[in-house]
Write a protein that binds this ligand. Structure first.
Ligand code: TRH
Length: 365
Protein backbone atom coordinates (compact mmCIF):
# COMPACT_ATOMS: atom_id res chain seq x y z
CA UNK A 1 0.00 0.00 0.00
CA UNK A 2 1.21 3.48 -0.87
CA UNK A 3 2.14 5.81 1.99
CA UNK A 4 -0.04 8.41 0.32
CA UNK A 5 -3.25 6.47 -0.20
CA UNK A 6 -5.86 9.12 -1.00
CA UNK A 7 -5.65 10.93 -4.34
CA UNK A 8 -7.89 13.69 -5.72
CA UNK A 9 -7.83 14.67 -9.40
CA UNK A 10 -9.40 17.97 -10.43
CA UNK A 11 -10.48 18.33 -14.04
CA UNK A 12 -11.95 21.37 -15.74
CA UNK A 13 -13.36 20.71 -19.20
CA UNK A 14 -11.99 23.67 -21.14
CA UNK A 15 -12.81 22.44 -24.61
CA UNK A 16 -12.90 19.11 -26.42
CA UNK A 17 -12.41 15.80 -24.66
CA UNK A 18 -8.70 15.76 -23.79
CA UNK A 19 -8.98 17.21 -20.28
CA UNK A 20 -11.45 14.62 -19.08
CA UNK A 21 -9.93 11.92 -21.32
CA UNK A 22 -6.52 12.16 -19.65
CA UNK A 23 -7.94 12.68 -16.14
CA UNK A 24 -10.29 9.72 -16.37
CA UNK A 25 -7.59 7.42 -17.67
CA UNK A 26 -5.15 8.51 -14.96
CA UNK A 27 -7.83 8.06 -12.28
CA UNK A 28 -8.53 4.49 -13.38
CA UNK A 29 -4.85 3.60 -13.58
CA UNK A 30 -4.12 4.95 -10.11
CA UNK A 31 -7.04 2.94 -8.78
CA UNK A 32 -6.66 -0.30 -10.73
CA UNK A 33 -2.89 -0.61 -10.97
CA UNK A 34 -1.79 1.12 -7.78
CA UNK A 35 -4.76 0.33 -5.56
CA UNK A 36 -5.15 3.94 -4.45
CA UNK A 37 -8.34 5.61 -3.26
CA UNK A 38 -9.16 7.99 -6.07
CA UNK A 39 -11.68 10.81 -6.35
CA UNK A 40 -12.16 12.54 -9.68
CA UNK A 41 -13.66 16.04 -9.54
CA UNK A 42 -15.15 17.09 -12.90
CA UNK A 43 -16.91 20.37 -13.61
CA UNK A 44 -18.83 19.08 -16.65
CA UNK A 45 -20.47 15.70 -16.17
CA UNK A 46 -22.20 15.88 -19.53
CA UNK A 47 -18.91 15.83 -21.43
CA UNK A 48 -17.57 13.17 -19.06
CA UNK A 49 -20.58 11.01 -19.81
CA UNK A 50 -19.65 10.82 -23.50
CA UNK A 51 -16.66 8.61 -22.70
CA UNK A 52 -17.93 7.24 -19.37
CA UNK A 53 -21.47 6.15 -20.32
CA UNK A 54 -22.13 4.78 -16.82
CA UNK A 55 -22.19 8.29 -15.34
CA UNK A 56 -25.47 9.73 -14.06
CA UNK A 57 -25.18 13.47 -14.73
CA UNK A 58 -27.69 14.28 -11.97
CA UNK A 59 -25.60 12.80 -9.17
CA UNK A 60 -23.15 14.95 -7.24
CA UNK A 61 -21.04 11.88 -6.42
CA UNK A 62 -20.98 8.30 -7.68
CA UNK A 63 -18.60 5.39 -8.06
CA UNK A 64 -17.59 4.40 -11.60
CA UNK A 65 -14.95 1.69 -12.16
CA UNK A 66 -14.01 2.00 -8.44
CA UNK A 67 -13.26 5.72 -8.82
CA UNK A 68 -15.51 8.17 -6.95
CA UNK A 69 -16.57 10.81 -9.42
CA UNK A 70 -17.65 14.16 -7.93
CA UNK A 71 -19.39 16.98 -9.68
CA UNK A 72 -17.06 19.95 -9.15
CA UNK A 73 -19.20 23.03 -8.55
CA UNK A 74 -18.91 26.10 -6.34
CA UNK A 75 -20.95 24.66 -3.45
CA UNK A 76 -19.29 21.24 -3.26
CA UNK A 77 -17.68 20.20 0.03
CA UNK A 78 -13.94 20.79 -0.30
CA UNK A 79 -13.11 20.39 3.38
CA UNK A 80 -11.38 16.97 3.12
CA UNK A 81 -8.34 17.21 0.84
CA UNK A 82 -6.56 14.01 -0.10
CA UNK A 83 -2.91 13.04 0.53
CA UNK A 84 -2.12 14.00 -3.07
CA UNK A 85 -4.01 16.37 -5.35
CA UNK A 86 -3.56 16.42 -9.11
CA UNK A 87 -4.51 19.73 -10.67
CA UNK A 88 -4.87 18.78 -14.32
CA UNK A 89 -3.65 21.30 -16.88
CA UNK A 90 -3.46 24.21 -14.41
CA UNK A 91 -7.24 24.08 -13.87
CA UNK A 92 -6.98 26.14 -10.63
CA UNK A 93 -8.00 24.34 -7.46
CA UNK A 94 -11.00 25.70 -5.53
CA UNK A 95 -9.99 28.29 -2.91
CA UNK A 96 -11.58 26.40 0.05
CA UNK A 97 -9.77 23.24 -1.03
CA UNK A 98 -6.45 25.12 -1.16
CA UNK A 99 -7.08 26.45 2.33
CA UNK A 100 -7.83 22.97 3.68
CA UNK A 101 -4.69 21.57 1.98
CA UNK A 102 -2.49 23.69 4.25
CA UNK A 103 -3.69 21.86 7.35
CA UNK A 104 -3.30 18.44 5.72
CA UNK A 105 0.13 19.03 4.06
CA UNK A 106 -1.35 17.69 0.85
CA UNK A 107 1.11 17.02 -1.98
CA UNK A 108 0.18 19.30 -4.89
CA UNK A 109 0.91 18.27 -8.47
CA UNK A 110 0.10 20.27 -11.56
CA UNK A 111 -0.16 17.83 -14.46
CA UNK A 112 1.03 19.54 -17.63
CA UNK A 113 0.32 18.97 -21.33
CA UNK A 114 2.28 16.33 -23.19
CA UNK A 115 5.03 17.31 -25.59
CA UNK A 116 8.07 15.58 -27.08
CA UNK A 117 10.04 18.85 -27.17
CA UNK A 118 13.47 18.58 -25.54
CA UNK A 119 12.85 21.43 -23.03
CA UNK A 120 10.28 19.28 -21.21
CA UNK A 121 12.96 17.31 -19.33
CA UNK A 122 14.41 20.55 -17.88
CA UNK A 123 11.07 21.69 -16.51
CA UNK A 124 9.75 18.36 -15.28
CA UNK A 125 9.28 17.90 -11.51
CA UNK A 126 10.27 21.45 -10.61
CA UNK A 127 8.95 22.81 -7.31
CA UNK A 128 7.20 26.15 -7.20
CA UNK A 129 6.72 27.53 -3.65
CA UNK A 130 3.40 29.42 -3.37
CA UNK A 131 2.48 32.48 -1.28
CA UNK A 132 0.35 30.36 1.06
CA UNK A 133 3.33 28.20 2.06
CA UNK A 134 2.38 25.23 -0.13
CA UNK A 135 4.63 23.83 -2.83
CA UNK A 136 3.21 23.14 -6.27
CA UNK A 137 5.14 20.62 -8.40
CA UNK A 138 5.06 20.75 -12.18
CA UNK A 139 4.74 17.28 -13.60
CA UNK A 140 5.44 16.98 -17.34
CA UNK A 141 4.50 13.80 -19.18
CA UNK A 142 6.95 12.90 -21.91
CA UNK A 143 8.62 10.38 -24.17
CA UNK A 144 11.98 10.01 -22.44
CA UNK A 145 13.08 8.53 -19.09
CA UNK A 146 13.93 11.98 -17.70
CA UNK A 147 10.32 13.18 -18.07
CA UNK A 148 7.10 12.14 -16.32
CA UNK A 149 6.35 9.29 -18.78
CA UNK A 150 3.16 8.39 -20.63
CA UNK A 151 -0.14 6.99 -19.46
CA UNK A 152 0.25 3.28 -20.08
CA UNK A 153 -2.12 1.10 -22.04
CA UNK A 154 -3.70 0.25 -18.69
CA UNK A 155 -6.47 -2.16 -17.85
CA UNK A 156 -9.84 -2.02 -19.47
CA UNK A 157 -13.08 -1.94 -17.58
CA UNK A 158 -15.26 -5.03 -17.74
CA UNK A 159 -17.81 -3.30 -19.89
CA UNK A 160 -15.90 -3.48 -23.16
CA UNK A 161 -18.55 -4.17 -25.75
CA UNK A 162 -18.27 -6.95 -28.24
CA UNK A 163 -16.39 -5.22 -31.08
CA UNK A 164 -18.21 -7.34 -33.67
CA UNK A 165 -21.39 -5.51 -32.72
CA UNK A 166 -19.67 -2.15 -32.69
CA UNK A 167 -17.94 -1.96 -36.06
CA UNK A 168 -18.86 -3.70 -39.25
CA UNK A 169 -16.27 -5.93 -40.87
CA UNK A 170 -15.42 -4.68 -44.36
CA UNK A 171 -13.98 -6.96 -47.08
CA UNK A 172 -10.40 -8.14 -46.44
CA UNK A 173 -9.09 -6.15 -49.40
CA UNK A 174 -10.19 -2.83 -47.82
CA UNK A 175 -8.01 -0.69 -45.55
CA UNK A 176 -9.77 0.12 -42.30
CA UNK A 177 -9.27 3.72 -41.19
CA UNK A 178 -10.54 5.58 -38.14
CA UNK A 179 -11.00 9.34 -38.37
CA UNK A 180 -10.86 11.62 -35.32
CA UNK A 181 -9.58 15.12 -36.06
CA UNK A 182 -10.30 18.81 -35.62
CA UNK A 183 -12.83 20.30 -38.03
CA UNK A 184 -10.18 22.51 -39.70
CA UNK A 185 -8.29 19.47 -41.07
CA UNK A 186 -8.54 18.94 -44.85
CA UNK A 187 -11.36 16.43 -44.42
CA UNK A 188 -12.77 16.86 -47.94
CA UNK A 189 -9.28 16.34 -49.40
CA UNK A 190 -8.92 13.14 -47.42
CA UNK A 191 -12.33 11.79 -48.42
CA UNK A 192 -11.59 12.65 -52.06
CA UNK A 193 -8.20 10.90 -52.17
CA UNK A 194 -9.69 7.86 -50.47
CA UNK A 195 -12.67 7.81 -52.86
CA UNK A 196 -10.52 8.15 -55.97
CA UNK A 197 -7.61 6.02 -54.77
CA UNK A 198 -6.78 2.55 -56.03
CA UNK A 199 -7.42 0.76 -52.70
CA UNK A 200 -10.88 0.21 -51.19
CA UNK A 201 -11.12 2.11 -47.92
CA UNK A 202 -13.55 1.63 -45.05
CA UNK A 203 -13.48 4.78 -42.93
CA UNK A 204 -15.01 4.71 -39.44
CA UNK A 205 -16.04 8.15 -38.19
CA UNK A 206 -17.06 8.39 -34.51
CA UNK A 207 -19.68 11.12 -34.11
CA UNK A 208 -17.82 14.34 -33.31
CA UNK A 209 -17.86 17.91 -34.59
CA UNK A 210 -16.51 16.82 -38.01
CA UNK A 211 -19.79 15.16 -39.07
CA UNK A 212 -21.07 18.30 -40.90
CA UNK A 213 -17.94 18.24 -43.10
CA UNK A 214 -18.39 14.57 -43.89
CA UNK A 215 -22.08 15.18 -44.65
CA UNK A 216 -21.32 18.10 -46.97
CA UNK A 217 -18.78 15.99 -48.87
CA UNK A 218 -21.63 13.61 -49.73
CA UNK A 219 -23.94 16.58 -50.40
CA UNK A 220 -26.15 15.63 -47.46
CA UNK A 221 -27.63 18.06 -44.89
CA UNK A 222 -26.53 15.88 -41.97
CA UNK A 223 -25.50 12.38 -40.93
CA UNK A 224 -26.78 10.06 -38.26
CA UNK A 225 -25.07 7.39 -36.24
CA UNK A 226 -25.23 4.02 -37.97
CA UNK A 227 -25.35 5.53 -41.45
CA UNK A 228 -23.06 4.10 -44.15
CA UNK A 229 -22.14 6.07 -47.26
CA UNK A 230 -20.40 4.76 -50.31
CA UNK A 231 -18.77 6.33 -53.32
CA UNK A 232 -16.23 4.66 -55.65
CA UNK A 233 -13.52 3.15 -53.44
CA UNK A 234 -14.67 4.85 -50.24
CA UNK A 235 -17.13 3.61 -47.63
CA UNK A 236 -17.80 5.81 -44.61
CA UNK A 237 -19.43 4.35 -41.50
CA UNK A 238 -20.73 6.76 -38.86
CA UNK A 239 -20.17 5.37 -35.38
CA UNK A 240 -21.51 6.73 -32.09
CA UNK A 241 -19.03 8.59 -29.90
CA UNK A 242 -17.52 5.53 -28.21
CA UNK A 243 -16.62 4.86 -24.59
CA UNK A 244 -12.87 5.19 -24.02
CA UNK A 245 -12.44 1.43 -23.97
CA UNK A 246 -14.41 0.93 -27.17
CA UNK A 247 -12.43 3.70 -28.82
CA UNK A 248 -9.27 1.74 -27.95
CA UNK A 249 -10.88 -1.30 -29.57
CA UNK A 250 -11.52 0.75 -32.72
CA UNK A 251 -7.87 1.82 -32.90
CA UNK A 252 -6.78 -1.80 -32.58
CA UNK A 253 -9.28 -2.86 -35.28
CA UNK A 254 -8.03 -0.35 -37.92
CA UNK A 255 -5.01 -0.29 -40.24
CA UNK A 256 -4.51 3.48 -40.04
CA UNK A 257 -5.74 5.83 -37.31
CA UNK A 258 -6.19 9.58 -37.59
CA UNK A 259 -5.92 10.97 -34.06
CA UNK A 260 -5.57 14.38 -32.43
CA UNK A 261 -4.81 16.32 -29.25
CA UNK A 262 -3.25 14.31 -26.47
CA UNK A 263 -4.99 11.18 -25.26
CA UNK A 264 -6.08 9.64 -28.60
CA UNK A 265 -2.52 10.28 -29.83
CA UNK A 266 -1.08 8.09 -27.07
CA UNK A 267 -3.75 5.44 -27.60
CA UNK A 268 -2.79 5.31 -31.28
CA UNK A 269 0.83 4.74 -30.24
CA UNK A 270 -0.20 1.84 -28.01
CA UNK A 271 -2.39 0.42 -30.80
CA UNK A 272 0.92 0.05 -32.71
CA UNK A 273 -0.69 0.81 -36.05
CA UNK A 274 0.30 3.54 -38.50
CA UNK A 275 -1.30 6.78 -37.33
CA UNK A 276 -1.51 10.40 -38.36
CA UNK A 277 -1.57 12.86 -35.47
CA UNK A 278 -3.09 16.33 -35.63
CA UNK A 279 -1.78 18.42 -32.72
CA UNK A 280 -4.07 20.96 -31.05
CA UNK A 281 -3.81 24.19 -33.07
CA UNK A 282 -1.92 27.05 -31.43
CA UNK A 283 -1.89 30.59 -32.81
CA UNK A 284 1.86 30.97 -32.51
CA UNK A 285 2.40 27.75 -34.48
CA UNK A 286 3.96 25.93 -31.56
CA UNK A 287 1.84 22.96 -32.65
CA UNK A 288 4.24 22.58 -35.61
CA UNK A 289 7.20 22.52 -33.23
CA UNK A 290 5.39 19.89 -31.19
CA UNK A 291 4.72 17.84 -34.31
CA UNK A 292 8.30 18.01 -35.58
CA UNK A 293 9.76 17.22 -32.15
CA UNK A 294 7.50 14.18 -31.86
CA UNK A 295 8.35 12.75 -35.28
CA UNK A 296 12.06 13.27 -34.62
CA UNK A 297 11.86 11.61 -31.20
CA UNK A 298 9.41 8.78 -31.90
CA UNK A 299 10.90 7.67 -35.23
CA UNK A 300 14.54 8.30 -34.22
CA UNK A 301 15.59 4.77 -35.19
CA UNK A 302 13.53 4.47 -38.38
CA UNK A 303 15.02 4.66 -41.91
CA UNK A 304 15.07 8.26 -43.13
CA UNK A 305 13.09 7.55 -46.32
CA UNK A 306 10.17 6.19 -44.27
CA UNK A 307 10.36 9.06 -41.77
CA UNK A 308 10.25 11.48 -44.67
CA UNK A 309 6.98 9.91 -45.97
CA UNK A 310 5.50 10.09 -42.45
CA UNK A 311 6.62 13.72 -42.08
CA UNK A 312 5.17 14.74 -45.44
CA UNK A 313 1.83 13.10 -44.67
CA UNK A 314 1.63 14.82 -41.28
CA UNK A 315 2.60 18.23 -42.68
CA UNK A 316 -0.04 17.97 -45.39
CA UNK A 317 -2.74 16.98 -42.91
CA UNK A 318 -1.81 19.56 -40.30
CA UNK A 319 -1.28 22.35 -42.84
CA UNK A 320 -4.69 21.81 -44.44
CA UNK A 321 -3.94 20.38 -47.87
CA UNK A 322 -3.73 16.74 -48.83
CA UNK A 323 -2.86 15.76 -52.40
CA UNK A 324 -3.44 12.34 -54.03
CA UNK A 325 0.36 12.01 -54.43
CA UNK A 326 1.02 12.41 -50.72
CA UNK A 327 -1.74 9.96 -49.81
CA UNK A 328 -0.67 7.34 -52.37
CA UNK A 329 2.94 7.80 -51.29
CA UNK A 330 1.91 7.10 -47.71
CA UNK A 331 -0.10 4.00 -48.62
CA UNK A 332 2.76 2.69 -50.77
CA UNK A 333 5.01 2.69 -47.69
CA UNK A 334 2.37 1.40 -45.29
CA UNK A 335 4.14 -1.88 -44.47
CA UNK A 336 7.36 -0.03 -43.63
CA UNK A 337 5.44 2.57 -41.60
CA UNK A 338 3.69 -0.22 -39.71
CA UNK A 339 6.97 -1.87 -38.86
CA UNK A 340 8.71 1.30 -37.61
CA UNK A 341 5.61 2.28 -35.62
CA UNK A 342 5.51 -1.12 -33.92
CA UNK A 343 9.21 -0.86 -33.06
CA UNK A 344 8.87 2.63 -31.65
CA UNK A 345 5.76 1.70 -29.68
CA UNK A 346 7.46 -1.35 -28.19
CA UNK A 347 10.50 0.70 -27.20
CA UNK A 348 8.25 3.19 -25.39
CA UNK A 349 6.43 0.39 -23.58
CA UNK A 350 9.73 -0.55 -21.92
CA UNK A 351 9.83 2.81 -20.12
CA UNK A 352 8.11 3.42 -16.78
CA UNK A 353 4.62 4.76 -17.23
CA UNK A 354 3.21 8.06 -15.97
CA UNK A 355 1.03 6.73 -13.15
CA UNK A 356 3.83 4.55 -11.72
CA UNK A 357 6.36 7.39 -11.88
CA UNK A 358 3.89 9.80 -10.33
CA UNK A 359 3.23 7.49 -7.38
CA UNK A 360 6.96 7.07 -6.73
CA UNK A 361 7.57 10.80 -7.16
CA UNK A 362 4.84 11.75 -4.66
CA UNK A 363 5.86 9.14 -2.09
CA UNK A 364 9.47 10.33 -2.25
CA UNK A 365 8.65 13.98 -1.58
O1 TRH B 1 -10.48 16.15 -27.63
P1 TRH B 1 -9.07 16.48 -27.83
O2 TRH B 1 -8.80 17.37 -28.96
O3 TRH B 1 -8.47 17.09 -26.52
C1 TRH B 1 -7.65 18.23 -26.51
C2 TRH B 1 -6.22 17.96 -26.32
O4 TRH B 1 -6.01 17.21 -25.16
C3 TRH B 1 -5.46 19.23 -26.25
O5 TRH B 1 -4.10 19.01 -26.00
C4 TRH B 1 -6.04 20.07 -25.14
O6 TRH B 1 -5.44 21.30 -25.11
C5 TRH B 1 -7.50 20.24 -25.36
O7 TRH B 1 -8.11 18.98 -25.45
C6 TRH B 1 -8.13 20.97 -24.23
O8 TRH B 1 -8.26 15.12 -28.11
P2 TRH B 1 -7.77 13.97 -27.13
O9 TRH B 1 -6.73 14.47 -26.19
O10 TRH B 1 -7.37 12.88 -28.01
O11 TRH B 1 -9.02 13.56 -26.31
C7 TRH B 1 -10.06 12.83 -26.85
C8 TRH B 1 -10.57 11.82 -25.86
O12 TRH B 1 -11.80 11.28 -26.32
C9 TRH B 1 -9.63 10.62 -25.67
O13 TRH B 1 -9.64 10.24 -24.30
C10 TRH B 1 -10.27 9.53 -26.50
C11 TRH B 1 -11.72 9.86 -26.31
N1 TRH B 1 -12.64 9.36 -27.33
C12 TRH B 1 -13.61 8.46 -26.92
O14 TRH B 1 -13.65 8.08 -25.74
N2 TRH B 1 -14.51 8.02 -27.84
C13 TRH B 1 -14.48 8.41 -29.14
O15 TRH B 1 -15.33 7.97 -29.95
C14 TRH B 1 -13.47 9.31 -29.56
C15 TRH B 1 -13.40 9.75 -31.00
C16 TRH B 1 -12.56 9.78 -28.62
Amino acid sequence: MSAKQGWDIFCKVVDNFGDIGVSWRLARQLRQTHNLTVKLWVDDLQVAQRMMPAIDINKSSQVVDEVTVYHWHAHADFSQPADVVIESFACELPVPYLAAMQAQSTTWINLEYLSAEPWVADFHAKASPQNNGLIRYFYFPGFTENTGGLLSFGMHSNVLSNTKQLFSKPPKSAFKISLFCYPHAPIHDLLRVMEKGSTPIHCYVPATSILPQVASYFALPNLVVGQTLQSANLTVEVLPFLSQDNYDALLAHCDINFVRGEDSWIRAIWASKPFIWQPYFQEDHTHMQKLNAFIKQFYANAPTDIVSVIQTMHESWVCNALSPQVWQGYLAELEGIKSVTQDASQALQQQSDLASKLVIFCNNL
